[in-house]
Each structure stands twice: as C-alpha cells, then as structure tokens.
Design a protein around this ligand. Structure first.
Ligand code: FAD
Length: 436
C-alpha cells in the first residue's frame, strides 16, 4: 500500500472532507456523485477546476465545438461541494486520510467515506518510437494539438509538394469510440478546409484506421461496429483490422501486415488503462488493474471506500457475464446509484444501455436506440442531442448546441489556435533566436 510518509519538519496541514465524504477525481463519475449528493456536500480532489465532457473531444479537434464549451466548471456544477485543486498521491486507510499534492504543498484530507473515481490513462504499449512520435487523444490539450497539427500538415503539403504523401497520410490507431469518431470528425475538418488550400485540390488525403482486433467498435455490443465499417469504407477510409503498429518514426509508421506508411500523423487511441495511482492504493484489483467492487459499488472487503468509472471493475446485474465497459454512460449511471447508496438507499447497481451511437462527420452518424438502427442525419442528430442533453449545465448545453448549428451552416472553423503552440516554443528557443 502507498503509505503516507512520516511528517517532515514542517507539519502537513490536515483538513476534514465536507460532510465526511471525499471524492478523488472530479471527472465524469466523481463530479456527478458530488452533484447528486446535493446539499449534503462533499469534498472533490481534482487537478483542474472543471470536468471534461470527453465525448465532445472529436468535435473539438474538428473545429465543430469551441474547446471551452466542452468543459464544465466544477464549482458551478456542484455548488455544495468543496473543491481542492490537486492530485491525490497516497492513501492511509488506517488513519482515514488521503495525501493531496497541491500548488501550495501537500495536504492530508480526512474522510469517513471515500469515493475513488480516478478514471484512466491512455494505454501506451512498448512500441519503438510510439511515446516520442504518436499523438494521444484523451485531454482537451490533445484535441487542440491534433487540430493544429493537421492544419499545419495541410500547409506543409502545399509548401512542399514532393512530400505530400507524408503530410496527407493520417493514421488513427485504435478503433474504439475515440478513434473512430476522431478520424471521421477530423476528416470532415480537412474536407471543409480543402478549398482554402487551392494547390491541394489535385491531391487526396489518405485516412487509415488501424486496430489489432477483428472489428471496429468491438467493445460496443451490437452491430454498431459493422455499420461504422461500412460507412467509413464508403468514405474511402483504409481500414486495417487484425493489424498492429510495430514502430513509429518521425515520418513513418510500420505495421504488422508488412506495410510501412509515410506519415507524420499517428493518433494513438488504442484503449485505456486504469489510472496508475490505483495500483498503489493497496486495494483489491482485477486482472486489468481495476479496483474490484461489489454490487453496491463498495470496494471488496472495505466498508468505507467505493470506486466507480474507468478505474473500477463494476459488476452490473443487467449484464451478469461482464463488468461495465469504460464509457461515460456507465460512469454516470454508477454515479447515480452511488449517490443513492451514500444517502442510505442501498440497492444493487443495474443498468441496461438503451442505445449507442457515434458521429461520423457532418450530418453523418450511426446509432441504435432501443434496438432500432438509425443512419445518416437522423443518427447524427440523435447522438448530438443525447450529448447536449447530458451536459450538466443548461448554459453549456446551449453553447454546444449553437456551436453545432454554426458549424452546420458555415462549415468547421479552420483557425489554428497558434497560442497553444507558441508558449512552449517561446520557452525553449533561446531569446536571440526568437526574433528570427
Ligand atoms: C476522446 C474520448 C472520447 C470518448 N467518447 C465517449 C463517448 O462518446 N461515449 C461514452 O460513453 N464514453 C466516451 N469516452 C469514455 C469516457 O470519457 C470515460 O469512460 C469517462 O470519462 C469515465 O469517467 P471517470 O469518472 O471514470 O473518469 P474521468 O472522466 O477521466 O475522470 C477522472 C478524473 O480524475 C482526475 N484525476 C486524475 N488523476 C488524479 C489524481 N491523482 N487525484 C485526483 N484527481 C485525479 C482527472 O483529472 C479527471 O478529472 C470517451 C473517452 C475519450 C478519451
């Protein structure tokens, strides 16, 4: 177990969680628990002051939704909760304490009830060159970076036609929700931008989807994956299933089917793994490194610790043969059940998904709602409507709706947010070179 270190010379300040309930992780699961606890209150520990609405990230990357609109301020979303901005780093179960690293130094937060909702991180494999050259797609920064990167490849292709194949080959690895939607949405951005780069009109970008499994959207039950495959193939996407990445270099990727593609764009969305802190808490874990919880979401063998979301292996009475997949839909339903359990209304967790869907570019989508298949504009509208309706703040939902409407009428916003690139460059370039 990760132990809280013995006190250093300066005593570490101690705080008590509001109403005794401490939630570590203010993402989808944690923030909803705090919101649903209402006036009872809780303390949330989270590095950022807002919750990221991840299903909107592909549209943020594609310029269909403003980056700011995809995040919800935690203080507004959970007005009765106290927010400690920082990272939980250790748990002392015997003392009922969590150590948190904040900008002002470490703080120990005491709890009576602890909720762990730390989420997941991108599953990076030991593939040569992957960490150095691939772009991850998990945070708001990743989405902005991807968008800037793609816009720059278009300009480079125009300026350096001899290497056009390298600039205009876009490889997405991992055909889950994130990979499939990101490819389709960024492809739409490129289509909308194309006419502004007239020298590229005779060229065709090469979109490649790579996945080690035999199927797209394999983790999503039902026929959604087959529909997505048909739709993407019709749009000219080169889909390579049962294929793995063997190495990544600055200008190329080598695949297990023997091909090597010239590319500067490898987007890595090949799954997630439980947050690394989970492995150091001394709690029971399953084979995938997720915290094992029971039907009431309580950690096995503990009476005062619960875990939900991507970092937990959550049994679902509606799907007894498998634990919940890592999706917002499930994290939200688990949060609803947990808020009731914490309020004393004990009942096992049970949730049957009413539908699934994915957006695949402007007015394109696929969805199943109560078993009914939807395609094209209707599916796209249903998926977008679902996301808008799930955003926990009306003002945010209206902004997202308006963004969608504007991008429908005027196309994807193809401005590059250069400021996000400028800052690090200014930091590492010697001052005398900056004027150049
Ligand atoms: C690009 C993308 C698209 C997706 N699209 C969909 C979709 O369309 N539909 C769907 O259902 N699901 C989708 N998902 C999956 C969904 O985002 C997750 O399943 C969901 O966010 C899980 O909720 P969570 O609370 O477990 O984790 P998260 O929402 O990730 O929250 C974890 C929180 O913990 C915080 N944290 C991290 N470290 C610490 C620490 N040391 N101390 C305290 N706090 C910490 C993080 O900052 C974060 O706020 C998508 C995911 C991605 C990346």
């Amino acid at each position: 177990m990760a132990q809280v270190k013995p006190a250093s010379r300066t005593p570490i300040p101690t705080r008590k969680a509001r109403n005794g309930t401490l939630i570590i992780g203010g993402g989808f699961g944690g923030a909803h628990v705090a919101r649903l606890l209402g006036k009872a209150g809780a303390t949330i520990v989270n590095p950022d002051a807002s919750m990221l609405y991840t299903p909107l990230l592909p549209e943020v990357a594609a310029g269909a939704i403003e980056p700011r609109h995809a995040v919800v301020p935690l203080r507004k979303m959970c007005p009765h909760a106290q927010l400690i901005r920082g990272r939980a780093v250790a748990l002392d179960e015997a003392a009922h304490r969590v150590r948190v690293e904040t900008d002002l130094g470490p703080v120990d937060v005491e709890y009576d009830r602890l909720v762990i909702a730390l989420g997941s991180t991108a599953r990076m494999l030991p593939i040569p060159g992957l960490a150095e050259h691939a772009i991850t797609f998990k945070s708001l920064g990743d989405a902005i970076r991807l968008r800037n990167h793609v816009q720059r490849r278009l300009d480079l292709a125009e300026a350096d036609p001899a290497n056009v194949a390298r600039y205009l080959t876009f490889v997405f690895v991992g055909a889950g929700y994130a990979g499939v939607e990101a490819l389709a949405e960024v492809r739409q951005l490129v289509r909308d931008t194309w006419r502004h780069n007239p020298d590229l009109l005779d060229t065709t970008p090469h979109w490649v989807m790579v996945d080690g499994g035999p199927k797209i959207l394999a983790a999503v039950p039902g026929r959604l994956g087959d529909d997505a495959t048909r739709r993407l193939t019709r749009d000219g996407v080169d889909i390579r299933l049962s294929t793995r990445v063997q190495s990544v270099e600055a200008g190329a990727v080598t695949l297990s089917d023997g091909t090597s593609l010239e590319t500067e764009t490898v987007v890595w969305t090949a799954g997630v793994t439980a947050h690394p802190l989970v492995a150091r808490l001394g709690l029971p874990l399953d084979g995938q490194g997720r915290i094992v919880v029971g039907p009431q979401l309580q950690v096995d063998g503990r009476t005062d610790i619960w875990a939900i979301g991507d970092c937990a292996a959550v049994p679902n009475q509606a799907t007894p043969d498998r634990s919940d997949p890592p999706t917002c839909q499930h994290a939200l339903r688990q949060a609803r059940r947990l808020a009731k359990v914490l309020a004393g209304k004990e009942k096992p967790y049970r949730y049957r998904s009413l539908g699934q869907g994915a957006t695949l570019g402007r007015m394109k989508g696929i969805a199943y709602v109560s078993g009914v298949p939807l395609r094209g504009p209707l599916a796209s509208m249903v998926v977008r409507w679902y996301h808008v309706s799930q955003v926990p703040q009306l003002s945010r939902a209206v902004r997202i709706f308006a963004d969608g409407l504007f991008s429908l009428v005027f196309g994807r916003d193809c401005v590059e947010l250069t400021i996000s690139d400028y800052v690090p460059e200014a930091r590492w370039r010697p001052v005398e070179q900056q004027a150049a």
